[in-house]
Write a protein that binds this ligand. Sequence first.
Ligand SMILES: Nc1nc(=O)c2c([nH]1)NC[C@@H]1CN(c3ccc(C(=O)N[C@@H](CCC(=O)O)C(=O)O)cc3)C=[N+]21
Length: 299
Amino acid sequence: MQGAKLLEGRVVAAAVHERTRQRVDQLRRRGVEPAVIFFRVGEDPASELYVHMKKKRAKELGILSEVIALPGSTTERELLTRLEEKNRDSRIHGILVQMPLPRQIRVETVCQAIDPSKDIDGFHPINAGKLLLGDPSGFPPCTPAGICEIFRHYGLVTAGAEVVILGRSNIVGKPLAALLLAKGPQGDATVTVLHSQSRQIPEHCRRADFLIAALGRAEFVRGDMIKTGAVVVDVGVTRLPDPALPGESRIVGDVHFKEASQVAGWLTPNPGGVGPMTIAMLLANTVKAAECFAGCGEG
Ligand SMILES: Nc1nc(=O)c2c([nH]1)NC[C@@H]1CN(c3ccc(C(=O)N[C@@H](CCC(=O)O)C(=O)O)cc3)C=[N+]21
């Protein structure tokens, strides 16, 4: 057995972007200019890169975007004041606050401060609740939604399958479990969520028809933890110094790619897998917010 087929997030993301661009054009014909605000607090090279990529993509799709970069010393109150301004601004359809945030700013407070109808990350408790209840009017979190979109694109059906998720974060593990439990061809799964206190992790993993690694530990998933022919999705992003290029870093996922590619049936590359999907779903959510605002939503 060798040579897992690649789940090319970059290709799927391009298809999502194309549909988003058509929706932007439709909105513009009706006089609505979709617009998004990206808040960034403090100096973090990775955050700067991510926000830059989001802004560049938004521009390509005809979505207006503005980056508000605040100093690392910004207080929670100051950030909330800036958020409230944008909540009230009817020209703005989407608001994102880039994570991670400096210590003095609480993530929960910030997530609750964003108007749920502009919460394109899907982090507000209202949107988290809608997700859990299967109410499609909310915003699904972008990384989990992107993973389901990859499955849909490649015709991979999770209905009835054993899905094992490694990691229980509020951003990936928990919302992904909710999406995969929902009714539908990219749902209806038997979901197991593993975490740092779980026992017999390799045994659980070996039972998985779909294995999603989102725990943030470099190359945690080895070949012997994967069922032959399984679908393996690597969400992890650990930056390690690149031995080949001194001073540079390289991305290492949560999956040992080489070993996994000998056993898995399908595998996401990393980079080029889940990452581009996160941005694609973020901009799709922005357009959904603008459509809802304009009263022409697709639901
Ligand atoms: N409020 C908030 N929402 C987010 O969605 C959010 C966030 N904060 N904080 C950080 C994480 C991370 N994230 C990524 C987006 C794109 C790539 C991506 O496109 N990565 C490229 C590689 C880029 C590179 O070279 O580093 C790839 O995987 O091919 C990765 C990671 C969004 N995040």
